[in-house]
Write a protein that binds this ligand. Structure first.
Ligand code: ASP
Length: 601
């Protein structure tokens, strides 16, 4: 595996030749430009005095920095915005600076124009250490000047451009859908916007353009896409913001395979664009297989340590724990020398994750072959030990971890241990995309005993399972699928129900009455009465995708103006109270927040 470069080249916008006040960009001057008369504009990154009247300035624009030599008295401080006109010249050999791209040249300034002065910034733009995040967010416009943020947002722009290229090439039409909208079916808490013209009524911000894009299929657009903003009022985390961006698409008369290929084209195009390398092809795996082999529906395929079954190897074993319905194991390469302290901690961890216990086995050389060393080894015959070694493909020096119990929870525990022991950082290459397919249609039961839709209620059941919809709903698979990248779920989608009879049956199993369906989604169901093509689609999170490509753990680092963990925009001071006049116009009166005494401030 190769680690990604810390920041892929930012590049400047294609076709962005210098105009207006400047004839060159700071970061692009090279030895071959020596002798050119240029005007450059930018921010003063650094100033070093040299004698009484000579100063070296590093001038920064969006392409990089260049050194300017300024003669004469000028009051030029950090972050002043200036225009410098002068001659590019080669630096003496012993004065070149290899750490910057323009290190072989400098500009001998003939004129210096201050376009704007600046107060000292709240933190150094080129400081190596990180300022506190709340300060960075409060002064985001300064924070965004930093190389890291410039690179991240440019990666994002290039990802968006690559996605649009791919969509356009495949005949998708980009169509915007409303933000002031109505409840959508994703099931998260919604943001509501009061209506001034109809006091007491509210718009709902869409959790996705789901219904709108299905209506566009009914309208005959055939292939729709949108780089769409989606709003969900959920608790924020490293990979979640209230508002986020998805590539949202939908297509008519397609199979799942078609959707997978169309989406793959876009993610591979974007990955290629950012890395300059050909990523591995996207592979497929059923949900069941993902759980069996990786103990999760978000498998990280960059490393092995797959879960294997020891059922055959230990059948009839004297070791009582292995009489469980299932015995599963992972092989941790080269970790056979882990000490007892670590192994005890792993056992404790497995218990915390829900296992009854954890059996560890060291693979050691013995009598020309391999044997197992473990407190339980004495209960395992030589034949069983050999069968375990062969089932796991273990070699000398490896560690085996086994869990006995029901198959599904055992795999979940081992899947988690696998990640904790082997997972590289999320951004580490290669980028392994995988389609996880054949999800169950429902996941568990709600408090009223009704099945809960695993994706959304418009998801088409698997045709082979349709006759069990009412009799055994939890066994019904769906035509839905997730795209996973390096252990992160990027998005999900499905083939939709376009037939009223199937939709009615699914609503009924979900415990959604006809009246409720009519009131929530009536306009979609109504549209289906006027000729709905079979259709399906997908949406993936661009924030997460860009974060992975940029090597960032937190999506806030790839969003220009994100909210804090508590949902605040520290720069724009939102959310904020509204003046009484505005509330009155909206027909809103504010209840006392709980715990605050009436009249108290
Ligand atoms: N609307 C779905 C979501 O946002 C994606 C889809 O089914 O196309 O998760």
């Amino acid at each position: 595996m190769t680690a990604p470069p810390p920041f892929p080249p930012a590049g400047r916008p294609e076709g962005g030749r210098p105009r207006g006040l400047r004839t060159a960009y700071c970061g692009e001057l090279r030895a071959g430009d020596a002798g050119r008369e240029v005007s450059v504009c930018g921010w003063v990154a650094r100033r070093r005095e040299h004698g009484e009247h000579l100063a070296f300035l590093d001038l920064r624009d969006h392409t990089g920095v260049v050194q300017c030599v300024v003669d004469g008295a000028h009051d030029l401080r950090s972050e002043y915005v200036v225009r410098i006109t002068g001659t590019v010249r080669s630096r003496p050999v012993d004065k070149t600076n290899e750490s910057i791209a323009t290190g072989e040249v400098e500009i001998g300034a003939q004129s210096v124009e201050v376009l704007s002065t600046a107060e000292p910034p709240p933190f150094g733009v080129d400081a190596r250490g990180e300022a506190d995040e709340s300060v960075r967010l409060r002064y985001r416009y300064v924070d965004l000047r930093r190389d890291r943020m410039q690179a991240n947002l440019r990666i994002r722009a290039r990802v968006n451009a690559a996605i649009r290229r791919s969509m356009d090439r495949q005949g998708f039409a980009e169509i915007e859908t409303p933000l002031l909208w109505t409840p959508t079916p994703e099931g998260a808490r919604e943001f509501a916007i009061p209506s001034r013209l109809q006091p007491g009524s509210f718009y709902v911000l869409p959790q996705s353009p789901q219904i709108a894009k299905q209506l566009l299929m009914v309208s005959g657009f055939d292939r729709y896409y949108q780089i769409a903003r989606c709003m969900r009022d959920e608790d924020l985390r490293a990979d979640r913001q209230f508002e986020f961006t998805q590539l949202d698409l939908e297509a008519s008369f397609v199979t799942q395979q078609d959707v997978w290929e169309m989406v793959a084209d876009s993610v591979l195009e974007a990955t290629r664009e950012v890395t300059g390398e050909e990523p591995p092809a996207v592979v497929q795996m059923t949900w069941e297989e993902a759980l069996e082999r990786y103990g999760t529906d978000k498998p990280d395929l960059r490393f092995g340590m797959e879960i294997v079954s020891l059922d055959e190897a230990v059948r009839g074993s004297e070791f009582k724990a292995f009489a469980a319905p299932a015995v599963r194991a992972i092989r941790v390469p080269g970790q056979g020398s882990l000490g007892r302290g670590r192994l005890d901690a792993l056992t404790e961890r497995a218990r915390l994750l829900g296992a009854a216990g954890l059996v560890w086995l060291r693979v050691v050389a013995a009598g020309g072959g391999l044997a197992l060393e473990s407190p339980v080894a004495k209960f395992l015959s030589a034949g069983e030990q050999a069968a375990i070694v062969s089932a796991t493909g273990a070699g000398e020096g490896d560690l085996l971890l086994a869990v006995a119990g029901e198959a599904a929870p055992s795999c979940r525990v081992l899947g988690q241990l696998r990640l904790e022991l082997g997972q590289p950082p999320v951004s580490e290459r290669p980028y392994r995309f995988v389609w996880v397919t054949d999800f169950p249609l429902f996941e568990g039961l709600d408090a009223d005993g009704n099945p809960v839709a695993a994706h959304h209620p418009f998801t088409m059941p698997h045709p082979e399972d349709l006759d069990r919809l009412e009799s055994d709903p939890l066994s019904v698979r769906s035509q839905s699928y997730d795209l996973v990248l390096n252990g992160w779920e990027l998005g999900s989608g499905s083939i939709r129900i376009h037939r009223a009879d199937i939709q009615r049956r699914v609503f009924s199993v979900l415990g959604i009455s006809e009246e409720e369906a009519e009131s929530r989604f009536g306009f979609l169901l109504g549209a289906f009465r006027y000729g709905a093509p079979p259709h399906g689609g997908f949406a993936y999170g661009i924030d997460r995708f860009v974060a992975i490509l940029a090597g960032e753990e937190n999506i806030r680092e790839v969003i220009a103006f994100p909210k804090t963990q508590s949902g605040a925009d520290l720069m724009a001071s939102s959310p904020r109270p509204l003046p009484a006049r505005q509330l009155a116009e909206l027909g809103i009166s504010i209840l006392e927040p709980p715990g605050r005494a009436p009249g108290g401030g």
